[in-house]
Design a protein around this ligand. Structure first.
Ligand code: CA
Ligand code: CA
Length: 354
């Protein structure tokens, strides 16, 4: 048998049968509605699962939590905006670091911190030296009056060291001979600085320059005691014979000398080097009164003979009166030492330069 042919015949048959099945109940329902109460409520009771649509609402809440993802996106956008701030920060940091580092380094390397800058005019005013170091002898009267050695002042600023000596010496001693001198020896780097090696003259007998009144006086054989460990002088300041004086260079009877470095040609130990620039020497002769004084200055560059002297050092100084030729000294000394043996040096005035 052919399925196709059988199917066509049966389809036509079933369609006519289905039509009778549909229309049959519809005619019965119309008849029932006209005669009875509707019974719709019983039919709908079977679909109770419809009530769960209300219960489905709470699970939506977790979905809302999922919106956090949107927050993440917003953060990403904000972060992008902050990139602008990063640019600004970079600029500020670079500017500040560069400026501060350069400034601090330059300042620290440049020079020492000034203490005071007295007026170098031969008149010592306590106020102009107030920030410096004052070293006085006691009330010990001079065994060589009117030759007197009263006070020693020391100070400095960033470029220059200053010395002041209140006292006087005879230009023509009553006992005959040449002028007496005030001499002040300078150790520019006491103990060679931190961890350094002491330099300069510690054995004074090697100082022997007999050309000129002041040089001859400075050739005095002083004897620093071993207790002053690391003391060695490189320079000296002085005047032979008190008088009014104002000069910015060194000459035979006054000014600054260098003894160091030794061993050159000529050797500074026997031919003291005159310091010719960066200095001042000013003295006022007040006829033997207590206002007799000399003030002097020397630049750090001239004292160390370098364009850029050390930024810090320790300077040690002592002063004496000596006769012509430097063989003898009176009892008054600065700092005041043992008055019985003024040729020995057991005390020096020390000041730190920073
Ligand atoms: Ca002065
Ligand atoms: Ca020295």
């Amino acid at each position: 048998m052919s399925p196709l042919r059988v199917s066509k015949v049966r389809a036509g048959h079933r369609l006519s049968t289905l039509s009778r099945l549909v229309w049959g109940p519809a005619l019965l329902a119309l008849a029932a509605s006209a005669c009875e109460e509707p019974r719709m409520l019983l039919i709908r009771t079977d679909v109770t699962t419809d009530n769960r649509r209300d219960d489905a609402a709470p699970p939506d809440a977790p979905s809302d939590t999922g919106v956090v993802t949107d927050t993440g996106v917003l953060d990403a956008a904000s972060d992008t905006g902050v990139v602008t701030d990063t640019g600004v920060d970079t600029g500020v940091d670079t500017g500040v670091d560069t400026g501060v580092d350069t400034g601090v380094d330059s300042g620290a390397d440049a020079a020492v911190t000034p203490r005071c800058t007295p007026t170098i005019d031969g008149t010592i005013n306590a106020a102009e030296w107030a920030s410096g170091l004052r070293v006085s002898n006691t009330v010990l009267p001079s065994a060589w009056g009117p030759n007197e050695l009263r006070d020693l002042y020391l100070c400095y600023n960033s470029t220059t060291m200053f010395v002041g000596v209140r006292g006087s010496v005879e230009a023509t001693p009553s006992g005959g001979g040449g002028a007496n001198s005030i001499v002040l020896y300078v150790d520019r780097d006491f103990r060679g600085g931190a961890g350094g090696t002491a330099t300069g003259i510690s054995l004074f007998s090697v100082l022997n320059d007999r050309m000129g009144a002041l040089d001859s006086a400075m050739s005095a054989d002083f004897r620093p005691t071993p207790a002053i460990d690391g003391f060695g002088v490189e320079a000296a300041f002085g005047i032979a014979g008190m008088r009014n004086l104002s000069t910015m260079t060194s000459e035979e009877t006054h000014g600054w000398r260098l003894f160091w470095p030794a061993g050159g040609t000529p050797d500074r130990r026997t031919n003291f080097a005159y310091v010719l620039s960066g200095i001042e020497t000013r003295c006022v002769d007040n006829a033997g009164t207590e206002n007799d004084a000399c003030e002097g200055s020397i630049s750090w560059a001239s004292l160390f003979e370098t364009p850029t002297p050390p930024a810090s050092t320790t300077v040690a100084v002592f002063a004496r009166i000596v006769n012509a030729g430097g063989a003898m000294s009176p009892n008054q000394t600065l700092p005041q030492d043992d008055p019985v043996t003024p040729r020995n040096v057991s005390r020096v005035a020390i000041f730190s330069v920073r």
